[in-house]
Design a protein around this ligand. Structure first.
Ligand code: ZN
Length: 349
């Protein structure tokens, strides 16, 4: 099969299209013929060799997001048939594990201590085919295109975890969504709108803020030019925000913590800037505020995300699409942060 292969860690230049053996399926495996793959920030971290907890063996294929049809099933697979429209799930669990408590059985398969990740410990989706075990494949709703599923599923699920599962945003509350130009941010603005909350969006460029308004943001803040804490307090009569969806880190994270209202909740899915900040614990406890996070999303939320996208309640924003062979260019665009929404790799039949 054709695939984008890396044989070393490094910049976008280490990605090369090669012919490799199509993975052989075991009894419980499903082989998916991919139509589309998403370009995720996690791919970049893996490519740079910055994942501290996992070893990558070369040659390796990146890619945590993709969509396609079932091309082959193992002898014991019952839930899938050849031709089914499916997506692989990036957090790979067995559905039950040896740890006590078993987080998989509690519905938190995304924090299973036994798990692997697609595109990290196994070959990912920058290829014509990807293999996944039956337990880590989900059917795709008919109304959802391969491209939208491949690019928006993970970001939408993560945004749902941040906005709903972890922080419980409700009608009548106010949310601050940082980095609204990113895939998670653009989904979180729309999810926050669905709850009936008031939405303040932030980004580092006015272009992105204009697009955020089109997605439904009520107010916008440019965190390169303005102090987030000051602007949030101005916009909320000094009260602060009930929920923050955070993916930037550094100064933006620090100012967001200070912008929390009493009983405010901040949830993070990572950082592009520094991941450590100083916290004045007295200021936090006086407000009874929470700081939490999510590690991707459990499979149940992946299904929720697919349904939200399929029935049109969420509109995925496609920034740009590239042919598979141009994967390095697609990753360079993601690293530049000069885009709004999701980046797609189209895989030719
Ligand atoms: Zn487990």
């Amino acid at each position: 099969m054709k695939a984008i292969v890396i044989n070393e860690f490094g910049g976008p230049e280490v990605l090369h299209q090669r012919d490799v053996e199509t993975p052989a399926v075991g009894p419980r495996d499903v082989l998916i013929r991919l139509v589309a793959a998403g370009v995720n920030r996690f791919d970049i971290t893996t490519r740079r060799g910055e994942i501290p907890y996992a070893a990558v063996s070369f040659p390796h294929i990146l890619g945590v997001e993709g969509a396609g049809t079932v091309a082959e099933v193992g002898s014991e697979v019952t839930a899938f048939q050849i031709g089914d429209r499916v997506v692989p799930v990036l957090t790979i669990s067995r559905g039950v594990c040896r740890h006590n408590p078993c987080y998989c059985q509690l519905g938190w398969d995304n924090i299973c201590r036994d798990f692997d990740k697609l595109g990290l410990t196994s070959w990912g989706t920058y290829a014509e085919y990807v293999k996944a075990s039956e337990h880590n494949v989900v059917h795709l709703p008919d109304a959802l295109s391969f491209a939208d599923a491949a690019t928006a599923m993970v970001a939408t699920a993560t945004a749902w975890e941040l906005t709903i599962s972890r922080t419980g945003l409700r009608q009548g509350e106010t949310a601050l969504v940082n980095a609204v130009g990113g895939a998670v941010g653009s989904a979180a603005v729309q999810i926050a709108r669905l709850t009936g909350a008031r939405v303040i969006a932030s980004a580092g460029s006015d272009n992105k803020l204009e697009l955020a308004r089109q997605l439904g943001a009520d107010e916008v803040i440019n965190y390169e030019r303005q102090n987030l804490t000051v602007e949030v307090l101005n916009l909320t009569d000094g009260r602060g925000v009930d929920v923050v969806v955070e993916t930037v880190g550094g100064r933006v994270l620090q100012q967001s913590i200070e912008a929390l209202a009493h009983n405010g909740r901040l949830a993070t899915a990572g950082s592009v800037g520094p991941s450590t900040v100083e916290i004045d614990i007295f200021r936090l406890l006086r407000k009874q505020a929470w700081i939490t996070g999510t590690h991707f999303a459990p499979k149940a939320t992946i299904r929720t995300a697919l349904d939200l996208l399929a029935d049109g309640r969420l509109r995925p924003v496609l920034a740009r699409s590239f042919p598979l062979v141009a994967a390095s260019e697609a990753q360079a665009l993601l690293e530049s942060r000069e885009f709004f929404g999701n980046i797609l790799l189209e895989i030719d039949p």
